[in-house]
Design a protein around this ligand. Structure first.
Ligand code: BG6
Ligand code: MG
Length: 255
């Protein structure tokens, strides 16, 4: 799918003629006026608190290797791929590729041990009611997670069937903050990225979604305060109608 960003990049360097500029303005207006067709959710930290398990797994690996690693350090790993997380944890220390693969495999096995205990009760407060309300409004529902464990987590939560599309760490090769996963999910849903609302708890996720024109809802921490809407309490008290109304207002202010 060609994104709005992609087409802007390929525009000729010359200044557009009045007609070109009119049609550009029209195309931007059309995109802004697009109805909202789908809600697209990040998984870790939005649907369930597996972010805590990622932290414990990295912490164990760090302790085994006498690398200082705190809960505050872990905030920089939120939403970031396994490999990039390792790079940030190493903080300049060198590993061979073989060692890096071994460390990532170990972290993943620690993480998967935590996942064995996951049950439907581990969906964050308000999540299942919110998904049901969105579905009854006729919205499509999707997951866009960087995790290769996303399907396993959704199965344990018994939420897999709630989603029309599940994009995970296997779907695209460039992780967030590249927007590729959101483009992939929109493509699978057969909608334009501009008509999707992305729910994210990570800065990298909000940045990626914005790059392709998705509307954004920041969940929890202040690092996602730059989303179109910020819900510090997550989906606990979120109302689908209220979110849609607020996002329509965001859109009309952009026009
Ligand atoms: C993201 C998490 O969803 O997935 C990150 O927020 C994690 O913390 C990334 O590193 C990759 O997950 P996994 O399960 O493939 O190691
Ligand atoms: Mg997340």
């Amino acid at each position: 799918m060609t994104s709005a960003v992609g087409s802007a990049k390929t525009a000729p360097a010359d200044l557009p003629s009045a007609t070109d500029s009119d049609s550009l303005t029209r195309s931007i207006r059309e995109k802004l006026a697009m109805p909202i067709h789908a809600f697209v959710f990040d998984l870790d930290g939005v649907i369930t608190n597996t972010a805590e398990y990622h932290f414990r797994a990295w912490k164990r690996l760090a302790e085994e290797n006498r690398i200082p690693f705190t809960r505050a350090d872990n905030e920089a790993l939120r939403g970031v791929s396994r490999r990039e997380s390792l790079r940030r944890l190493l903080n300049g220390r060198d590993l061979t590729e073989e060692q890096a693969q071994d460390w990532m495999a170990r972290k993943n096995s620690y993480y998967q041990q935590h996942l064995q205990g996951l049950t439907p009760a581990d969906a964050l407060p308000g999540v299942t009611a919110f998904l049901a309300a969105a579905r009854s409004r006729g919205l499509k529902l999707a997951i866009a997670s960087a995790s290769r464990n996303a399907r396993f987590v959704l199965n344990r939560l018994e939420l897999t069937q709630r989603f029309d599309v599940i994009g995970d760490g296997h779907s695209v090769s460039e992780p967030k903050p590249s927007p590729d996963l959101f483009i992939w999910v929109a493509d699978q849903l057969r909608i334009a990225p501009e008509s999707a609302v992305v729910f994210e708890d990570a800065e990298a996720g909000v940045d990626a979604a914005k790059l392709v024109g998705c509307l954004t809802v920041g969940i929890g921490n202040a690092k996602v305060g730059h989303a179109d809407i910020h819900l510090p309490d997550g989906l606990k008290t979120a109302r689908v109608d209220r979110i849609l109304t607020r996002l329509e207002a965001v859109r009309s202010n952009r026009e």
